[in-house]
Design a protein around this ligand. Structure first.
Ligand SMILES: [Zn+2]
Length: 432
């Protein structure tokens, strides 16, 4: 049983001017407290919330006596967190300035400062008493509610001044139990695609991490150089541009979509997901263009790791077990004959040196991952009939080995489920 926590962002309805003004005032007071507390904490090298509270509670209470007292608690927590990260950056020589600056504020709430009010509204304690705020729940919100997840006692609110709404950050926690897997779905992450093998069929999701990662890297670098020349290394305008670039990158982050497709598919079939054990992976073609070898390696590792992490995190949420296997030789050996596959220069399709059959290297990898998982597993997952006998596979009679079903990005990006994506009849469970 694992406890899983997820933050869900819900917007309120548009608030009446009078009500919104109360929140603007509240935010002002809260910000003021946090600013003072962060400065004090940094100057006195305080990183602990309890210590900060012990030293400053009385003073803060006396500045805003009409504010519910727990705002002092949460402001101290907020400030201690900020001070801690600032002091860490400073120690590393990475702090941009001498003293921290409180730019964006979200108001931290604890269980004395807010309460759910039914399922579609909340109540927030303010200096003008309790205020009821209607929410606009979305599908994701209802999904957690319907699965019986509980709301945590902490929440945060941010003000959306332009639309006169609150943006509410709610935290759900749920107990998720991993099921006993009935089979395996193996996943091979590459620089240009993510390939999965399920019930003997391979699907290749075209991703182009290469373009994403390198594109971002070069854009960032050129932007940095341009602004450094124009405005100096520490300019505010550069920071702003970099932040924008980063936000855009986040939006384009399609990893979550793929992770979703894979995990939901495994969940429906009650399969475990097989992933490569992360480790030393040679940087491949895509990155040879970057001269700095270490940097190249780092970028690739990061992209690769992020994809795996997205899958792991989604899997935890659904209780999908994840199995790790040694990645050694997964695309170099024929899964059937365990003999080298010969690839002629640069080709992704090779020929088995013993059986002579053709293999797409990413498909071969997924089969090898599957077999490694099956060999390493003496337990609950029964052997899928048809392609394996006590760990030594029987030859595969299909073209699927060198011809995976390609799922182009425009297709999976609009994804509902794998079946819907491919517009195929439902993939039926394998015979056990
Ligand atoms: Zn072979």
């Amino acid at each position: 049983m694992a406890r899983v926590t997820r933050t869900v962002i819900v917007r309120s309805v548009k608030l009446p001017r009078k009500v919104f003004r109360v929140f603007v005032e509240l935010e002002g007071m809260y910000r003021n407290m946090v600013e003072q507390l962060v400065l004090y904490a940094v100057m006195n090298n305080i990183k602990s919330f309890t210590r900060l509270k012990a030293l400053k509670y009385r003073e803060m209470r006396s500045i805003y006596p009409h504010l519910p007292s727990h705002y002092v608690y949460t402001a101290c927590q907020d400030a201690a967190t900020r001070a801690k990260s600032f002091l860490r950056l400073k120690k590393l020589g990475l702090a941009e300035r001498e003293l921290p600056e409180v730019r964006r504020v979200s108001i931290w709430l604890d269980d004395h400062l807010w309460k759910p009010n039914g399922l579609t509204s909340i109540r927030v304690a303010t200096h003008k008493g309790w205020i009821t705020v209607e929410l606009e729940p979305h599908r994701q919100y209802w999904r957690y509610i319907n699965r019986g997840w509980r709301l945590a006692s902490e929440a945060k609110i941010k003000l959306d001044r332009r639309n006169r709404r609150l943006i509410v950050y709610l935290t759900f926690t749920g107990e998720v139990e991993e099921y006993r897997p009935r089979g395996y779905l193996s996943v091979d992450v590459n620089e240009n695609n993510v390939t999965i093998l399920v019930d003997g069929s391979a699907y290749l999701f075209e991703t182009n991490i290469e373009k994403l990662v390198l594109g971002y890297y070069y854009r960032r670098k050129s932007l940095q150089e341009r602004y450094d020349k124009l405005y100096g290394v520490k300019s505010r305008i550069k920071r702003k541009a970099m932040r924008k670039l980063k936000e855009r990158k986040k939006k384009q982050d399609t990893r979550w979509k793929i992770a979703n497709i894979i995990v939901r598919l495994a969940y429906e079939k009650r399969y475990a997901i097989v992933l490569e054990q992360l480790g030393k992976r040679p940087a491949t073609n895509m990155l040879r263009r970057i001269r700095d070898r270490q940097l190249r390696h780092r970028i690739y590792q990061a992209a690769f790791k992020a994809m795996q992490q997205a899958i792991e995190e989604k899997a935890r949420e659904y209780g999908v077990p994840v199995v790790y296997v040694d990645p050694w030789n997964t695309s170099r050996l024929c899964p059937v004959h365990r003999a080298p596959i010969l690839y002629s220069n640069g080709s992704r399709i090779g020929r088995c040196s013993v059986g002579g059959e053709l293999w797409h290297r990413d498909v071969a990898a997924t089969w090898n991952l599957l077999f490694k998982a099956l060999r390493g597993d003496g337990s609950s997952a029964p052997n899928p009939v048809g392609y394996i006998v006590d760990g030594s596979p029987v030859p595969l009679g299909s073209t699927a080995t060198h011809d995976p079903t390609r799922v182009p990005k425009p297709v999976w990006a609009r994804w509902k489920s794998l079946e819907a994506t491919l517009n195929k009849p439902k993939i039926t469970g394998m015979t056990l």
